[in-house]
Design a protein around this ligand. Structure first.
Ligand code: CUA
Length: 340
C-alpha cells in the first residue's frame, strides 16, 4: 500500500486510535482472524466507494459550474443526451463491473468466515465450544447447552478455541455483532444461523445488536469475555455451582420476596422454584459486570433504580414497574447482589 493510501486509512481510523487493543466497538480494531479478514474487505470496498463518490460528485460539480447559465435572460434546455448509446452502455457497464469486482473480492472472505477457525497452536485436543445464543427484546441469552448454564449479556469464551454460536430469536429479527471478533449474523425467529468466533487474545470485546428491533434496540448490548483456559474453566464451575444461601437477613427477605412474588414468574434462578422464561436467567447474577441488556454497570445503586422503575431506565422494556416498596427493593438488591 502506498503512502497516500496509508494516510487515508490512518485518518479513517481516527475513531479507532487504539486499533488492536481490546474493548473497542469498531471494525478497525480486530482481535481475531475473521475480524481481520472482514476489516480488510471493508477497507477495500470503502476505497472503491470513495473513488466512485469522488468521480460522481466531481462530474456533478463540474457540470453545475461549467454549464450554468451565464446570462440572466438565458433560457432553454442544454444539449440532450437521451438515447446516446455509448453513454447508456458506459454507465450500465461500469457499475456492473465494479459490483462484479466487489463480489469477486467477497467470495474468499465469506468462505473463510463461515467455516470453523483453526484451533490455536498449543491447545491440541480442545474441542470447539458450542453456545446457543437467543436474541430477545432486549437482551442476549447465552445457553451453554453442554455445561447446563444459561446466562445473559456476558458471553465467556476460552482464548484460541473456535466457538460456534447457534443464533436464533425469541421474538423479532436481531443481529449479533461483536466487531472485534468478526462480522454480523442475522438473528431470526424460527431459524438457527451459525457464526464462528475465535478470540486471539484475552480481553473484553463489546458487541451490539445491529438490526433495528424496537424501541430499546440501542440498549441491546453484550460483552464477550475471552479468557485463558484456566479462568474459563473456573468461570464454568462457578456458574454451575448451586447458588449460596443468603448471607444476611436482608438477602433472606429478598430471596423470599423474589421466590414468592412476581419476579419468579419471569426469571429463573437455577435450583430454586423461580423458573420464569420471559426475562434474563438470574442465576449468578452478581457475577456479571452489567445488566439491563448490557447497559448498566452491575452496582447496588443501579439495581435499586432499576427495580424502582425499570420503565424510567429503559422505556418500553418488558419488565413492568411493580411499584415495590423501598424496603423490599433494598432486600431484593441484597439478595440479587449475593448471587455470586
Ligand atoms: Cu435487537 Cu436490535
Amino acid at each position: 500500500m502506498n503512502r497516500k493510501w496509508s494516510l487515508l486509512w490512518a485518518s479513517l481510523a481516527v475513531g479507532a486510535l487504539t486499533a488492536g487493543c481490546s474493548g473497542v466497538n469498531s471494525v478497525f480494531s480486530t482481535a481475531s482472524t475473521n475480524a481481520q479478514i472482514t476489516s480488510q474487505l471493508i477497507r477495500i470496498v470503502f476505497g472503491i466507494a470513495a473513488v466512485v463518490f469522488v468521480v460522481v460528485e466531481g462530474l456533478l460539480l463540474y457540470t453545475v459550474f461549467r454549464f450554468r447559465s451565464k446570462h440572466k435572460d438565458e433560457t432553454g434546455l442544454p444539449t440532450q443526451v437521451e438515447g446516446n448509446q455509448k453513454l447508456e452502455i458506459g454507465w450500465t457497464a461500469v457499475p456492473a463491473v465494479i459490483l462484479a469486482i466487489v463480489f469477486g473480492l467477497s467470495i474468499g472472505p465469506l468462505r473463510t468466515v463461515s467455516s470453523q477457525p483453526a484451533l490455536a497452536s498449543g491447545l491440541a485436543g480442545e474441542k470447539p465450544l458450542v453456545v446457543r445464543v437467543v436474541g430477545r427484546q432486549w437482551f442476549w441469552e447465552f445457553d451453554y447447552t453442554d455445561d447446563h448454564i444459561v446466562t445473559a449479556n456476558e458471553l465467556h469464551i476460552p482464548v484460541g478455541v473456535p466457538v460456534r454460536l447457534d443464533v436464533q430469536s425469541a421474538d423479532v429479527i436481531h443481529s449479533f455483532w461483536v466487531p472485534e471478533l468478526g462480522g454480523k449474523m442475522d438473528v431470526i425467529p424460527g431459524h438457527i444461523n451459525t457464526i464462528w468466533i475465535k478470540a486471539d487474545q484475552a480481553g473484553t470485546y463489546p458487541g451490539q445488536c445491529a438490526e433495528f428491533c424496537g424501541v430499546e434496540h440501542a440498549k441491546m448490548r453484550l460483552e464477550v469475555v475471552a479468557e485463558d483456559a484456566a479462568s474459563f474453566k473456573a468461570w464454568i464451575l462457578g456458574q454451575q455451582a448451586p447458588v449460596a444461601s443468603p448471607s444476611s437477613a436482608d438477602a433472606a427477605q429478598g430471596e423470599k420476596a423474589f421466590l414468592d412474588g412476581t419476579c419468579s414468574a419471569c426469571h429463573t434462578i437455577t435450583g430454586t422454584k423461580a423458573r420464569g422464561q420471559v426475562g434474563p436467567n438470574l442465576t449468578h447474577f452478581a457475577s456479571r459486570q452489567t445488566f439491563a441488556g448490557g447497559t448498566l454497570p452491575n452496582t447496588p445503586q443501579n439495581l435499586s433504580s432499576w427495580l424502582s422503575n425499570p420503565q424510567a431506565v429503559k422505556p418500553g422494556n418488558l419488565m413492568p414497574n411493580l411499584h415495590l416498596p423501598e424496603s423490599e427493593i433494598q432486600q431484593l438488591v441484597a439478595f440479587l447482589e449475593s448471587l455470586k
